[in-house]
Design a protein around this ligand. Structure first.
Ligand code: CAA
Length: 380
């Protein structure tokens, strides 16, 4: 495994960093306050190939590797975590499973517009009674001629307010537990699908999180993704990739907060000197830098492992667990370095602090990551 980025990756990182500074950062505070879904950001990101970073060009994507995908999510999240997760969901939770399990027709009809950013997608797994216990979902899919008829509801769906396509997980037979779960590609303008309103949250305010409701929603059988009963495995394997994206998002949030804290520490004068002259602040910054680097390396390692093919659940869970907890510590310390000003909305650091928190929850809580890690290491 090569740890240094290659020329293509460095060029991509610099291009995305510039795009983030010029296009994403100026609106980050505003969309955090208004909760407005940044459609224009998604369209402009898509022009750069960021809607389907690792999707082959023949399917509408940019044809890059998974480490490149991590660089994209980190750089965007470094200035705006909402924008970071919007891209992450479209890339890894929506494009990836269609690429892996879709038929040629599904790739043409769904993947090409999603990976090119003409459309945006969401991943509809979680339900009011099925969060960590994803297999307990109650949404049903009943076969009726050439269609399935879906009934049920989903909660906490990132991109839900804006999505044109939802990957919906529903059971064809509740008595079969996870073996009944089946995945469907559902255009969100289908009759029988409705959405909730904007969900006000602690952070990532602009991620379009909402509920989805299905009432006698007819989905053509040709839109079934994979086989009947394969949906739970599709969801789990997809989440392995998603967790790498969230790890990269956490690294980006931590890096953004670290940079704000370093700048502030150099500028802020107390007791007759810049606070960066105090060893306590230097130790804080040193610890933060080490945690961020360790999180980034675990994230790149997981990305590299995914690129090799085969299962990478262990590496993805390790990266997500460590990076999300690092983001929590680093944003907390960054706020502490800012003192009273850090607690105000005048500085970005309070937003980073709020945004970091969700990375320990979505796409599997830290506790779920530990279950996955324990399961994998006890199998070895
Ligand atoms: N890849 C492939 N197959 C997998 C797998 C993986 N990573 N993980 C499990 N499986 C398979 C198992 O091999 C097993 O297969 P068999 O039936 O053939 O034996 C089957 O799936 C069931 O596995 P488990 O018995 O381990 O399943 P479980 O019910 O005990 O659940 C769990 C395991 C790890 C707790 C899982 O439910 C889980 O990950 N929960 C968290 C859910 C989650 O992450 N939700 C995120 C929602 S999306 C989101 O958050 C998006 C957003 O907002 C940004």
């Amino acid at each position: 495994m090569q740890i240094e980025l290659n020329e293509e990756q460095l060029l991509l990182r610099d291009t995305v960093r510039r795009f983030a500074a010029e296009v994403v950062a100026p609106r980050a505070k505003e969309i955090d306050e208004s909760g407005e879904f940044p459609r224009e950001f998604f369209a402009r990101a898509a022009e750069l190939g960021l809607a389907g970073v690792a999707v082959p060009e023949e399917h509408g994507g940019a044809g890059m590797d998974i480490v490149s995908y991590c660089l994209v999510i980190e750089e965007i999240s470094r200035v705006c975590a909402s924008s970071g997760v919007i891209l992450s969901v479209n890339n890894s939770l929506v494009c990836d499973p269609i690429l892996a399990y879709g038929t040629a027709e599904q790739k043409r009809e769904f993947l090409v517009p999603l990976a090119s950013g003409e459309k945006i997608g969401c991943f509809a797994l979680t339900e009011p009674g099925a969060g960590s216990d994803a297999a307990a979902l109650r949404t049903t899919a009943r076969r009726d001629g050439d269609d399935y008829v879906l009934d049920g509801s989903k909660v906490f769906i990132t991109n839900g307010l804006a999505a044109d396509v939802a990957i919906v997980f529903a059971s064809v037979d509740l008595s079969r537990g996870h073996k009944g779960i089946t995945a469907f590609l559902v255009p969100t303008d289908s009759p029988g699908l409705s959405r909730g309103g904007h969900q006000y949250k602690l952070g990532v305010q602009a991620s379009g999180t909402t509920e989805l409701y299905f009432e006698s929603l007819r989905v053509p059988a040709r839109f079934r993704l994979g086989d009947e009963g394969q949906g739970f495995r599709i969801a789990m394997a997809t989440l392995d990739g998603g967790r790498i994206g969230i790890a990269a998002q956490a690294v980006g949030i931590a890096q953004g907060a670290f940079e704000e804290a370093r700048k502030y520490a150099r500028e802020r004068q107390q007791f007759g000197q810049a606070i960066s002259e105090f060893q306590t602040i230097q130790f804080y910054l040193a610890d933060m830098a080490v945690e961020i680097d360790a999180a980034r390396l675990l994230t790149w390692r997981a990305a590299w492992k995914k690129q090799q093919g085969g299962r990478y659940s262990l590496e993805a869970a390790q990266a997500k667990l460590f990076a999300s907890e690092a983001a929590q510590h680093v944003t907390n310390q960054a706020l502490q370095i800012h003192g009273g000003y850090g607690y105000t909305r005048e500085y970005n650091v309070e937003r980073f602090f709020r945004d970091a928190r969700i990375t320990e929850i979505y796409e599997g809580t830290s506790e779920i990551q530990k279950l996955v890690i324990a399961d994998q290491i006890l199998r070895a």
